[in-house]
Write a protein that binds this ligand. Structure first.
Ligand code: HEC
Ligand code: HEC
Ligand code: HEC
Ligand code: HEC
Ligand code: HEC
Length: 174
């Protein structure tokens, strides 16, 4: 250590510690963002099983996507169409059956959510020929749904511009 003064050594040690704090902090923030974008649901619903294995169409469950503003998430009753019989004894399926017996809805945690001042409508986009994956990615491969596209104002407006869709403020803002 000859040639290095004590203050320099102390400065190097402090910088090292600061860097470690920044790295740990960044990892925690990244983990929080990940959790926010792919929240854990009250029941482990898996799109891979339902789309790949059970061969269900997105619109079988998200019935309103080509008709109105919200795509909508199916009621427990729609799940019971199969789960009266399928998956008996599977603890996650039993949670669905318990909700049905209690006539309670499942409190799914929203993954995509526009702020209140923004108006988004599914139907015009589906009618314009976009498939779900354009905005939601390959949900059929997601055991847990996560948001993969920004869907912020810049993203919306860019796509509207490219497709000659309206870009005046009132299109998307109340
Ligand atoms: C068996 C019914 C079923 C099918 C089929 C299905 N989904 Fe879902 N979907 C759900 C349920 C239940 C949720 C709510 C729980 C969750 O987020 O995992 C959901 C959530 C979602 C979400 C997140 C909604 C939010 O909170 O932002 C998207 C996006 C989505 N589905 C897209 C699709 C697409 C695309 C397909 C076809 C490839 C599809 N789904 C097929 C039942 C289904
Ligand atoms: C042009 C982009 C776009 C396309 C295409 C699209 N979505 Fe969405 N989706 C969104 C946005 C943005 C939200 C958040 C809407 C909000 O919070 O008001 C959303 C929310 C959802 C939700 C949760 C809230 C709700 O509306 O019920 C589901 C479920 C969903 N989408 C399913 C689908 C399915 C299934 C398809 C294909 C049939 C599809 N989406 C196509 C952009 C899109
Ligand atoms: C068309 C039939 C069908 C519908 C409708 C359906 N499911 Fe399923 N579900 C299946 C099949 C098939 C399996 C796989 C069963 C197995 O592994 O034994 C399954 C498995 C599951 C599992 C177990 C997942 C795991 O990781 O073990 C859950 C939880 C589940 N479904 C929830 C739901 C919910 C919630 C709905 C309504 C939104 C729903 N299902 C609608 C057919 C269906
Ligand atoms: C992938 C390209 C694309 C993205 C991304 C997209 N849009 Fe669109 N949007 C379109 C197109 C194209 C139309 C016009 C459909 C038509 O001609 O009816 C449209 C139509 C609309 C309409 C209906 C306008 C009307 O007056 O009929 C609304 C509202 C809307 N978009 C809001 C949004 C919002 C909010 C977002 C972002 C969260 C968004 N869009 C993202 C392509 C997109
Ligand atoms: C194609 C849809 C679309 C159009 C057109 C659009 N916006 Fe937005 N705007 C959004 C979305 C989505 C958000 C929320 C996400 C975000 O903050 O980027 C937003 C957010 C905003 C916010 C809030 C920003 C913040 O930091 O909270 C303001 C202010 C705003 N827009 C103003 C405007 C004005 C002014 C126009 C017209 C020049 C306009 N927007 C046109 C989609 C749109």
């Amino acid at each position: 250590m000859r040639g290095l003064s004590v203050p320099v050594i102390i400065a190097v040690v402090i910088l090292g510690l600061l860097a470690a704090v920044v790295v740990v902090g960044a990892r925690q923030v990244a983990a929080q963002v990940e959790r926010a974008r792919a929240p854990e649901q009250p029941i482990r619903f898996d799109h891979v099983i339902h789309v790949r294995l059970a061969q269900l169409d997105c619109l079988f469950c998200h019935r309103n996507a080509d008709k109105g503003d919200a795509a909508t998430v199916p009621s427990v009753q729609q799940c019971m169409f199969c789960h009266v019989v399928v998956g008996r004894g599977n603890p996650e399926v039993e949670k669905v059956r318990a909700k049905w017996d209690a006539q309670e809805p499942i409190d799914w945690i929203r993954v995509h959510r526009m702020p209140d001042h923004v108006h988004f409508a599914h139907a015009p986009h589906i009618r314009a020929g976009f498939d779900c994956a354009t905005c939601h990615g390959d949900v059929a491969s997601m055991p847990r749904v996560q948001q993969v596209r920004a869907l912020n104002m810049g993203d919306c407006v860019n796509c509207h511009r490219e497709n000659n869709a309206p870009t005046d403020c009132a299109t998307c803002h109340y």
